[in-house]
Write a protein that binds this ligand. Structure first.
Ligand code: HEC
Length: 168
């Protein structure tokens, strides 16, 4: 009987550990949250030239820059509007903001998926910290009356600051 109790406890304990491990993997990075983005940027993040810019390999490159994380969170929260140049292609579109339709957790998960999964060379994400829901909420609370122009202004600062190097 003692043996049985011991094994039962062991099984329950292991199930608990497995459940935790699974939720740790799922919550900060989620393909479900990215599904919203895939409608335009496509499942692998390659985008559509001239229509929707690629975010594959670029989300990670942007996240590395000083001010890059704030830019990514602002784009997804409040949208983006204006003329962009990406890989010698011009985009003049409008991305709608998601603050009203996605929770801070979902925004963080979609961005983490973009950074850590939509990348060819995974060694390039070593050292990048995942985006947390708290970070998203903080940026949102700092941005009064955020609109697609808010991210456009941040992008211009990054482009001016980093020049042609702004995303590798
Ligand atoms: C309805 C289509 C649409 C959806 C949905 C969408 N985007 Fe966008 N996204 C765009 C367009 C269009 C642009 C470029 C806007 C412009 O031309 O100013 C853009 C730009 C971006 C940029 C900026 C790229 C750069 O080079 O500066 C990022 C990052 C981004 N989107 C990430 C996301 C993520 C993450 C999601 C999901 C939460 C998402 N987008 C959902 C259409 C969309």
């Amino acid at each position: 009987m003692k043996r049985f109790i011991f094994f039962s406890i062991l099984v329950i304990f292991q199930a608990g550990v497995l459940a935790c491990a699974e939720s740790e993997v799922k919550s900060p990075l989620s393909a479900d949250a990215y599904a919203t983005c895939a409608a335009c940027h496509l499942a692998r993040g390659e985008g559509i030239p001239g229509g929707f810019p690629p975010i594959r390999n670029r989300a990670a490159a942007i996240a590395r820059l000083e001010g890059g994380r704030e830019y990514l969170i602002t784009v997804v929260s409040f949208g983006l509007m204006g003329q962009l140049q990406v890989d010698n292609t011009t985009y003049f579109g409008v991305m709608p903001g998601n603050q009203g339709s996605m929770s801070a957790e979902q925004i963080a998960a979609a961005l983490n998926y973009s950074i850590f999964e939509l990348i060819d060379d995974k060694s390039k994400v070593a050292g990048i910290k995942s985006i947390t829901a708290d970070e998203v909420s903080f940026i949102q609370s700092q941005t009064t009356a955020g609109s697609p122009n808010t991210a456009a202004t941040l992008r211009k600062k990054l482009v001016d600051g980093y020049g042609d190097e702004w995303v590798e």
